[in-house]
Design a protein around this ligand. Structure first.
Ligand code: PLP
Length: 375
């Protein structure tokens, strides 16, 4: 078979197409003389809130800061406990640990998200917040999570870093809990050209607190802190580029959806396990297209040798990493998390891919398993 060179994420290829518009936006900001928290940020906060369907959006420096500031805005204090998953990027946890919060892990289901039937038993007197992570852009089962949160009077912070544009029952993720946190890291569905993030909420009081916390704790009076805040301002260049990206997000997400459907149909009768979720209620934004496979590392090497890059999110669940071993979770405590970490692999998914690419990728996956059967 021929060899194609398929990028997993190719910023340079993308940039070539959009450079004039990007340059224009950067020039507009530089000429305005306003570099941080100006009109571009205000415009982005308002357009992004409108896009996802929430009253308030606050631009911050990263998804990690979004989580940290969200937890502080909800009044969490050292010693309080949060419930989340180990099948996530470490910032879901590191942001909480930085505030001195205790971590309770709950296992996931085969849709990669928190197993809502296991949250109940994890709740203690110290639990204050549940953090569902909409992993790979697949919405977590929010109605059950809300039910449990109500029962125990807990708040919900949605880690929607990977879920920009994903819907549960017609509502965008990040708008369903008390606070939603987004990352605009360049590889995300809506990517900045550097670091950026946002916190969203329908609660005005919380929104004001988030705004204060991101800028030294200042509210009405400049250089007068009402509370101890941080510097997590969004800069104008990133906001201008995000304003531009926001106009493209529907198209980009549509392309991802098309590619995912194509993968689904071409891999249907192959030995791989396709992404599983309730498609009647959940609309993934396909941040990642993740399959479960046997002999993963051999497949990854084989595809790599044929010019097909793949990624494994996450080979090392958080509880297994040296920095988090002190949390004292074992693989047997989180069996599905542990199982998935050995099986998952992400295939390329982005607007630059064409039908020929997807055909080639799926053919090579099938060939890998067919050849093994024959051998
Ligand atoms: C699930 C999840 N949470 C949080 C973050 C942190 O976002 P950032 O890298 O913008 O700080 C990421 C980023 O990769 C993520 O994937």
């Amino acid at each position: 078979m021929s060899k194609l060179k398929i990028p997993f994420f190719d910023y340079k290829r993308q940039l070539k197409k959009i450079k004039p518009e990007i340059n224009q936006a950067i020039e507009r900001v530089l000429n305005s003389g306003n570099l941080i928290l100006g009109q571009e940020v205000a415009n982005f906060e308002s357009s992004f809130s409108k896009f996802i369907g929430v009253k308030y959006g606050v631009g911050v420096n990263s998804g990690t800061d979004a989580l940290k500031i969200a937890a502080r805005a909800l009044g969490l204090k050292a010693g309080d406990e949060i419930i989340t998953v180990a099948n996530t990027a470490t910032p879901t946890i590191s942001s909480m640990r930085e505030l001195g919060l205790s971590i309770k892990f709950v296992d996931v289901k085969d849709d990669f998200n928190i197993d809502e039937t296991k949250i109940d038993v994890a709740v203690t007197k110290k639990t204050k917040v549940i953090i569902p992570v909409h992993l790979y852009g697949n919405p977590a089962h929010m109605p059950s999570i809300i039910k449990i949160a109500k029962k125990y009077k807990l708040k919900i912070i949605e880690d929607s870093a990977q879920g920009i544009g994903a819907l549960y029952n017609g509502r965008m993720v990040g708008t369903i809990g008390d606070v939603g946190c987004f990352s605009f890291y360049p590889t995300k569905n809506l990517g900045a050209h550097g670091d950026a993030g946002a916190v969203v909420t329908n609660n005005q009081e919380i929104a004001e607190k988030i705004k204060s916390l991101r800028k030294y704790g200042e509210r009405k009076v400049k250089f007068f802190s009402e509370e101890i805040g941080v510097n997590s301002r969004m800069d104008e260049i990133q906001a201008a580029l995000l304003n531009w990206g926001l106009k493209k997000i529907y198209g980009y997400n549509k392309s991802r959806n098309k590619i995912a459907n194509l993968y689904n149909s071409l891999l249907k009768n192959s030995p791989v396990v396709l992404p599983q979720f309730d498609t009647n209620k959940s609309k993934s934004c396909w941040h990642q297209y993740v399959i479960q496979v046997e002999t993963r590392d051999e497949l990854v090497e084989y595809l790599g040798n044929h010019g097909i890059p793949t990624m494994v999110y996450y080979r090392y669940p958080v509880h297994t990493q040296n920095a988090y071993k002190f949390l004292k979770y074992k693989d047997k405590d989180l069996p599905i998390t542990s199982f998935l970490s050995k099986k998952v692999v992400s295939l390329p998914i982005h607007a630059e891919l064409n039908i020929k690419d997807i055909q080639f990728i799926t053919d090579m996956i099938k060939k890998f398993y067919n050849d093994r059967l024959i051998a």
